[in-house]
Design a protein around this ligand. Structure first.
Ligand code: NAD
Length: 306
């Protein structure tokens, strides 16, 4: 298949590109390199540098090439930035995404698979692990934009021949994650610890997340591509909750517990708890996570060490 991966120079996207190439697909990466890196891009992929907000460039891309499937990962991923500048966030994460979906639909793409979020989709809720049927309650413009695109994809699924799948990830971690962003506590802590710098935990560290290894997320994307019948929204998580304190402690083990647990003020409005019920993905995509947190952290540690 000819496959377009937007954001294919980034953390998750580049691993996905590797897996697609391994399966014999022709892969095109479209990325503006705002956080992605050319060194992440598989040399067998065709790289087109560009921004998803640039309509004419995107239009030319869809005129020059024919794609069977599109994975859409390019996004403004910073939740705090989305609250500071909701218009910028919406421009990229809503309008440009909608334009891409519309173009894919018009140009005869068969399937689009969207990287959505489960982590900030359902808000703080006592129903955990949280299934897709739970009310969405995103508290940030970033989450609102992801939900908006999930809903547009439902529209295209119903109204056009385009098959659409939204994958709502938990907190993805693994090799190649950018340690300089404000998200990605595993990458941030590891980067500091390897630089012999003391990491700090925001608030009491009891905030919990559903940490999912990038390799498992890639397998979910491949399952979404290969399914004949499944469509719609799928949570992609482990169903387990891990606190930031626990992440710190597991990582500290790799350093013979040489770091102290130091806390900084909490981030106002930060979600307290999150874990995802992925039973639907298990039933319909025959997908389930395979990498334990300990193994995933070890693989990530080894990569960051290099
Ligand atoms: P990332 O920053 O590593 O990847 C995003 C990629 O998109 C980067 O290569 C960046 O250069 C590119 N990009 C950003 N804006 C662009 C634009 N306007 N035009 C073209 N390219 C652009 O982040 P990631 O963690 O790999 O995230 C990939 C996707 O998965 C995003 O859509 C993100 O919202 C989603 N997601 C990630 C997580 C997570 O925990 N990492 C959780 C839920 C959802």
């Amino acid at each position: 298949m000819n496959i377009l991966v937007t954001g294919g120079a980034g953390f998750i996207g580049s691993h996905l590109v590797d897996a697609l190439i391994e399966r014999g697909h022709s892969v095109f990466v479209y990325d503006n390199l705002s956080s992605g890196k050319t060194t992440n891009i598989n040399p067998q992929a065709t790289f087109i540098e560009g921004d998803i907000t640039h309509e004419e460039v995107l239009h030319k891309l869809f005129t020059d090439y024919t794609f069977d499937a599109v994975f859409h990962l390019a996004a403004q991923i910073n939740v705090r930035k989305s609250t500071e500048d909701p218009l910028f966030d919406a421009h990229t994460n809503i309008l440009a995404s909608l334009n891409l979906i519309n173009m894919a639909s018009k140009k005869g793409v068969q399937k689009i698979i969207f990287s959505s979020t489960g982590g900030v989709m359902y808000g703080d809720t006592s129903i955990r692990p949280t299934p897709e049927t739970h009310n969405e309650n995103p508290l940030s413009p970033y989450g609102i934009a992801k939900l908006t695109i999930d809903k547009y994809l439902a529209f295209y699924r119903e109204a056009t021949p385009l098959k659409t799948i939204s994958l709502r990830y938990g907190n993805v971690y693994g090799p190649r994650q950018n340690p300089h962003g404000e998200a990605g506590v595993v990458a941030i802590f590891l980067n500091k610890m390897l630089g012999e710098e003391q990491p700090t935990i925001n608030g009491d560290g009891m905030q919990s997340r559903d940490y999912i290894f990038v390799g498992d997320v890639v397998r979910a994307n491949i399952a979404a591509l290969e399914t004949e019948s499944a469509s719609g929204i799928y949570n992609i998580g482990t169903g387990k909750e891990t606190t930031v304190n626990e992440i710190f402690s597991l990582l500290n083990d790799f350093f013979d517990n040489s770091f102290q647990e130091i806390h900084a003020p909490s981030i106002p409005g930060e979600q307290k708890m999150s874990s995802l019920d992925s039973a639907r993905a298990q039933d319909e995509l025959t997908w389930q996570p395979t990498v334990s947190l300990r193994d995933g952290l070890k693989q990530t540690f080894e990569w960051f060490k290099k």
